[in-house]
Ligand binder design. Sequence first.
Ligand code: NAD
Length: 255
Amino acid sequence: MHISYDFKGQVALITGAASGMGLATARAFAQAGAAVALADVSEAALQKAVDDITLAGGTAIGVLCDVSDEAQVAAMVERAVATFGRLDAAFNNAGIQVPAAEIADQSVQDYDRISAINQRGVWACMKHEIAQMRKQGSGAIVNCSSIGGLTGRALLAAYHGTKHGVIGLTRSVALEYADRGIRVNAVCPGPINTPMVSSMLERNMLSMDDLLRDVPMRRLGRGEEIADAVLWLCSSGSTYVTGQALAVDGGFTVY
Ligand code: NAD
């Protein structure tokens, strides 16, 4: 059985929505009846995602936005609210990986780039989304962390640092708004079959054996399995849940 949600009359904003789990989540929100604003830096892929959702009967707009630029993030939220009138749910998902390296060999440029997108981007998205949700007195936000937010991994310190940071932001902002109708949670995906992982495999940053060795379910997850968790965290099925970092990881963090 697949659980279905009803987001009719609601508005959802998804960053990094042109690919991978962001795209799967945008599709799932649209299928559940939400009007969706998809944001990404990749113009062609974004347009295709919006066209596909619209063709399937959904209501969607695309917003070009680099989440590492606060002015663009502010404009993204403004555009979603100007188009659809409100903002009920947000999945702050945009993120990147940088080449694996020992910390002694890593460039400060790589560190700053990944921090600006994965961590400051989540901060900027929450800042502007919550400014709208605070006026409404309601809203639900899910930030994309990772099993890298719950564990360490040699050679990936910069990435894991940003994903730990996302959980710290999530918990603290959840406390700020817990009694004002706004819930803030994080998802922590394990290895998911998306273009990000394919590219790490292609560049030999990791092997499939490396990826699956510590996954008790011995398979990659699917973007749709992350979408299911995000929709639940934004739905009326989770109204007493805030400040949590939910691992969706085939059991990775259970060892
Ligand atoms: P993906 O590469 O398939 O998709 C990421 C999307 O984000 C792309 O469409 C890309 O254009 C967009 N993007 C990149 N930089 C951006 C920016 N500055 N502003 C706006 N959009 C930007 O990756 P994915 O695997 O779907 O990853 C999505 C999120 O999940 C990331 O935050 C990633 O760190 C996290 N994550 C992925 C995995 C995994 O195994 N795939 C596991 C844990 C966490």
